[in-house]
Write a protein that binds this ligand. Structure first.
Ligand SMILES: C[S@@+](CC[C@H](N)C(=O)[O-])C[C@H]1O[C@@H](n2cnc3c(N)ncnc32)[C@H](O)[C@@H]1O
Length: 256
């Protein structure tokens, strides 16, 4: 590792024990959840329901893993699909530069596969009209329905390096079922990112209109899943680095 890389690692490690900074970040998270901050952003003009810090982390992970397939549950307006697809386009471009060849921007072996129980017609139309559309395939249905899981498995069998993002229904039961279905598709060295684990750390009245809350959310599902799946580990360095993230204990690396 370079001197600069070592310096960064030491700084991130120090953040884990920097209580005043962690308190500030926690306060920001609580207030920003209340103000629905995550709905304020777009990626290449499509609304994305994420925090900017997590978008940067996704960029770092896609660039380092170099997946040929990204599977995402939870499409909404399509912003996260476009973010992943744009990173795959940059990987294609980097490969071509390295090989000294040119690429047809519309043709790629790399793909983003999105699953949503309700793909609104206007969102589908906007995603299909987007310049990144050739790298995106969408499946409508519940991410835990047997036929959907089978369909995704069949598609994934044609790819070498797979990264998974779970961001649909945030109840414990649903996320645990998604982990059982999709985490096995993650390649060794790649990641399963489980969003909105943050719910566990929020006040119990933070999501009044939702079936999830402290004790019943993606983080409790991750903890349960990891009890029997030592092939994954939580990347604490990512959440320490971000400080502000909706996925604390949600960045899971496949190590075996
Ligand atoms: C938080 S949004 C996804 C945000 C998106 N990943 C982004 O970053 O912009 C959650 C989405 O999950 C979808 N959803 C809810 N229950 C689902 C289920 N059982 N299966 C698949 N998708 C589901 C909703 O329709 C909604 O579009």
């Amino acid at each position: 590792m370079s001197d600069f890389g070592q310096e960064v690692s030491r700084r991130i490690e120090a953040v884990a024990h920097n209580e005043p900074l962690r308190v500030c970040a926690g306060e920001f998270l609580r207030s920003s959840v209340e103000s629905q901050y995550s709905y304020n952003f777009a990626w290449m003009s499509r609304p994305i329901i994420q925090y900017p810090q997590d978008m940067v982390a996704v960029q770092e992970l896609i660039w380092s893993v170099r997946p040929d397939l990204v599977i995402e549950t939870g499409i909404a307006h399509g912003g996260s699909l476009i973010l992943s697809a744009s990173m795959l386009a940059l990987l294609d471009m980097a490969d071509a530069i390295e090989a000294g060849t040119t690429i047809d921007p519309a043709v790629s072996q790399r793909k983003v596969l999105g699953i949503d129980i309700d793909i609104r017609a206007h969102n589908r139309a906007a995603i299909e009209a987007h310049p990144m559309a050739s790298r995106i395939e969408m499946i409508e249905g519940s991410s835990v329905a047997t036929e959907v899981v089978e369909h995704v498995r069949t598609i994934a069998s044609g790819y070498q390096r797979v990264l998974v993002c779970l961001d649909s229904n945030h109840t414990h039961e649903h996320v645990l079922a998604e982990l059982e279905a999709y985490a096995p598709l993650v390649s060794v060295g790649s990641y399963c990112i489980v969003f909105d684990t943050l719910v566990e750390d929020m006040p119990s009245d933070a999501y009044p209109a939702r079936p999830w809350g402290p004790g019943d959310n993606p983080k409790t599902a991750v903890w349960k899943y990891l009890e029997t799946h030592s092939e994954f580990e939580i990347c604490k360095d990512i959440q320490n680095k971000l400080l502000i993230t909706v996925a604390p204990d949600g960045y899971l690396k496949r190590i075996g």
